[in-house]
Design a protein around this ligand. Sequence first.
Ligand SMILES: Cc1cc2nc3c(=O)[nH]c(=O)nc-3n(C[C@H](O)[C@H](O)[C@H](O)COP(=O)(O)O)c2cc1C
Length: 200
Amino acid sequence: MTTPINLIAWSGSIRAESVNTQLLDRALALVGSHDGVTVDRVNLADFEMPLYNQDLQEASDELPEVVTQLGDRITAADAVLIASPEYNGGYSPLFKNVIDWVTRINMFLFANKYMGVLVTTPGSMGGVRGGAQMAQLFENMFLPVHQPPFSLGKFYEAIAEESIEGLDDWVAAYVAGARANAEKVAAEAAAKAEGEEASS
Ligand SMILES: Cc1cc2nc3c(=O)[nH]c(=O)nc-3n(C[C@H](O)[C@H](O)[C@H](O)COP(=O)(O)O)c2cc1C
């Protein structure tokens, strides 16, 4: 039987015509052809967070509601798929700000979630450096990261085609990786529960 998985997805750009949001939409359309995958599509424009500042956080006993709301949705997911722009060879401030805020709920909020990164640029380089940096950030958090990130240069030429070269295979591999990871996490949790029951 196919193990069902929950995937949460967002774009690290809230620009109206964002090429990364368009790439995410194309990827999610392909995810839809795989059995047993439910997708929670988040629009970060609905979760507007101030620029993270520890003083701002500590000025209140509670985190902003949008932070905890997004955190609840992340907690419910087995896997995370993010398409996000490359800015000056790195990630976008929006991408990082969201990660910083939600990890204030719990620094292990993303634990065991299978991370996937996509990046695209109108130029020919495809945001390879930004994609690698985003993947590295998640690896620094000891998360399972699908490698390599999907990067796509010359977005406007690529999107004009019926299918984006390599995206179908990348999405299939990502979904398979996310499912295998969810099965491993469930098996480890079951073994732990069994061990605790035996020792009680
Ligand atoms: C601050 C800034 C830095 C950028 N740096 C890069 C870069 O390092 N490499 C690149 O290929 N494009 C770069 N670009 C161009 C972006 O790839 C382009 O604006 C893209 O459309 C942004 O993604 P979005 O459409 O999803 O918002 C940069 C754009 C901005 C605004």
